[in-house]
Design a protein around this ligand. Structure first.
Ligand SMILES: Nc1ncnc2c1ncn2[C@@H]1O[C@H](COP(=O)(O)OP(=O)(O)O)[C@@H](O)[C@H]1O
Ligand SMILES: [Mg+2]
Length: 277
């Protein structure tokens, strides 16, 4: 089984290799860089001495990585080609494309009836400023392709908003603004495999960003049936076979009017509304 990874000694790849060995599966790690896609001669796809379509039964893709538009499109089209040729790829290339792009995944969630925060996406800093006010003047600005909370910024000052939006659009970034949901300093991460939630945690943070990589404390959690269904549906809509789903809980009702902090205890006692972000 192949593992497409930049760093075979990284934590995730090490765990995957261990798990495979426990199941008598031979892991084969390689990165995108040495891969050759051949057209009209064979092998159609190789990495060093590996004939990807002949030698592998399946391929696990780790993060698609950073790269130029050309590099990323080549990687994705190579994955699509391998999948069309019958190789099992986890997660499937379409799911990777959908999940890596926050606008893409959020629109799919919303079209499929999943609750999502109000969000606006634009290339124009002037239009972004209008949306800032539409969203109640308290927003989270996120990189379209971000992860681990890096670059996500809460803005509730119009002057700072104007300055930040200008800077982002000057550098040809897309402006992704989401209404701030007052979750009180924690959220839920559900780990979904196939159509089952196999584990979940509450991530408790000292501030509004609840990524564990930024220091939030993970606490095991048993999800309600309702939230399990939400997480499984979110994974299904994107097409992920293995995934983590973020669920934030805000106060019931018009969330953009919520203000102030509220404790975890109060949150458990009071009605909440859940959103997939
Ligand atoms: N609309 C929001 N309101 C309040 N907090 C948010 C909102 N969206 C995200 N967050 C917080 O910011 C963190 C990072 O956002 P997320 O959308 O999950 O991006 P990433 O892909 O970088 O993890 C989340 O874990 C959550 O704690
Ligand atoms: Mg997240």
């Amino acid at each position: 089984m192949g593992i497409m990874t930049r760093d075979e000694d990284g934590w995730c790849s090490t765990q995957l290799r261990k798990a495979m060995k426990n199941h008598n599966v031979t892991p084969v790690c390689f990165s995108y860089y040495p891969v050759i896609g051949r057209v009209n001669y064979t092998p159609e796809a190789s990495a060093d001495t590996i004939d990807i379509l002949k030698d592998l039964d399946a391929l696990i893709t780790r993060p698609i990585g950073r790269g130029s538009l050309e590099e990323i499109l080549f990687r994705m089209n190579l994955m699509h080609k391998l999948e069309r040729s019958g190789l099992l790829i986890i997660n499937p290339p379409l799911a990777i494309e959908r999940s890596v792009d926050k606008y893409c995944s959020l629109t799919l969630f919303q079209e499929n009836g999943l609750p999502v925060p109000r969000t606006a996406v634009t290339e124009s800093h002037d239009e972004a400023l209008k949306c800032f006010h539409e969203l109640g003047g308290d927003v989270v600005v996120k990189p379209l392709f971000g992860s681990r909370g890096i670059g996500a910024t809460r803005i509730n000052d119009p002057d700072i908003a104007a300055r930040v939006f200008r800077t982002i659009s000057f550098h040809h970034g897309v402006l992704y603004l989401q209404e701030f949901i007052n979750h009180g300093g924690s959220d839920i991460r559900a780990f979904v495999i196939g159509d089952q939630v196999v584990a979940a945690m509450r991530r408790i943070a000292a501030n509004w960003k609840t990524n564990v990589s930024l220091g939030a404390k993970p606490v095991p959690l048993k999800l309600s049936n309702e939230l399990e269904n939400l997480a499984v549906k979110a994974a299904k809509v994107i097409g992920c076979k293995v995934t983590g789903v973020d669920i934030i809980e805000g106060p019931q009702g018009p969330v953009n009017q919520a203000g102030g902090d509220f404790s975890l205890l109060q949150k458990c006692a009071s009605p909440t509304k859940s959103y997939v972000t």
